[in-house]
Design a protein around this ligand. Structure first.
Ligand code: HPA
Length: 255
C-alpha cells in the first residue's frame, strides 16, 4: 500500500466525541460557507502520526441537536479543505438482538426517515441535478479498513448493519421501532443522514463507526434514560477512540 499525501482525512465526531484525546492540534479553520456556519471550527492536527481534520458535529459544547446541525456547511468546509475520506462516529440505539449497549457497528446500509433537512447541495434550480448513485451509501474500502483495524485490536464489532436515520430529536415510539425493524433496520440514529449523501454528492468516501448507547424503544424492559445513554457514551467512546487511532494510519492509502 502506498500513502497518497494528497488525500486528506477527516473524523466527524458525534455525541461523546467533541474533542480527540492525544490529538496534536496544529491549526483551526473557521470557514465561511455558502450555507452558513459549520458546527464548530475544523481542527487540523495529528492523530496516530497522521495529519487529519476533526469537526465536532454537535458543536464544541454539544449544543446542536441532530435536526439543527448544518450538515451542508460541515461537508462543504471539509471538501474545501481537500478532505477525500471521512470516518464519522454516531451514537445509536440497537434494534437487532446482538446490538446491545456498548456494541460497535460498522453499518453497510441505511434507510432515511428524516423529512425536514437540507439533504442536497442542489437546493435551487440547477442544470446539474445530482442524481448520485447511492446503492451502497458507505464506502466499502473505508469500511474494510475499519473492520481490519478492529480485528487487529481483537475488538469485537458487528461488521454489517442497516442504519435507520430518524428526524429526532425525540426518541422513537415502540411501534416506530417495530416498523423500522420490519423495514430491515438493525440500528437507529439521527445523524448519518444527510451527512452520508452530502459526502457522496461531493465524491468523498464516507464510513461510520456506530456505538450502541441504548436498546431502541420497546427493545428492553426499561424506558430509555439519558443517564444510561451518557454512561454508555463515556465508556464506549473510549473503545471508539481506540479504533479511530488504529484505523487512521491505514487511511489515505492506495491499495
Ligand atoms: N434512537 C435514535 N437515535 C439514537 C438512539 C435511539 O434510540 N440512541 C442514540 N441515538
Amino acid at each position: 500500500m502506498k500513502l497518497d499525501k494528497d488525500i486528506q482525512v477527516a473524523v466527524i465526531g458525534g455525541s461523546g466525541l467533541t474533542a480527540l484525546d492525544s490529538f496534536l492540534q496544529l491549526d483551526s479553520h473557521e470557514l465561511e460557507t455558502p450555507y452558513g456556519a459549520t458546527s464548530a471550527p475544523v481542527i487540523e492536527g495529528i492523530l496516530a502520526d497522521r495529519p487529519i481534520f476533526f469537526i465536532a458535529r454537535h458543536g464544541v459544547n454539544h449544543t446542536l441537536a441532530p435536526h439543527k446541525i448544518n450538515y451542508r456547511a460541515n461537508l462543504w468546509a471539509l471538501n474545501q479543505l481537500g478532505v477525500r475520506q471521512i470516518v464519522s462516529t454516531n451514537a445509536v440505539g440497537g434494534i437487532r438482538k446482538d446490538l446491545q449497549a456498548q456494541s460497535i457497528v460498522i453499518p453497510d446500509q441505511l434507510i432515511d426517515y428524516t423529512f425536514k433537512r437540507e439533504h442536497s447541495f442542489c437546493a435551487d434550480e440547477s442544470d446539474n441535478i445530482p442524481h448520485v448513485d447511492f446503492t451502497f451509501p458507505f464506502c466499502n474500502t473505508l469500511r474494510r479498513r475499519i473492520i481490519n483495524a478492529a480485528n487487529s485490536l481483537d475488538m469485537d464489532i458487528a461488521d454489517t448493519g442497516v442504519y435507520g436515520c430518524t428526524e429526532g430529536p425525540r426518541l422513537e415510539t415502540a411501534a416506530e421501532i417495530l416498523r423500522l425493524e420490519k423495514d430491515g433496520c438493525d440500528l437507529v440514529g439521527m445523524t448519518c443522514m444527510p451527512e452520508a449523501v452530502l459526502a457522496r454528492e461531493l465524491d468523498i468516501s464516507y464510513a461510520s463507526v456506530c456505538l450502541v448507547v441504548n436498546r431502541a424503544a420497546g427493545k428492553s424492559e426499561q424506558l430509555i434514560s439519558m443517564k444510561e445513554i451518557e454512561t454508555c457514551l463515556d465508556e464506549g467512546m473510549k473503545k471508539v477512540f481506540e479504533l479511530l487511532q488504529a484505523v487512521v494510519p491505514s487511511l489515505a492509502h492506495l491499495d
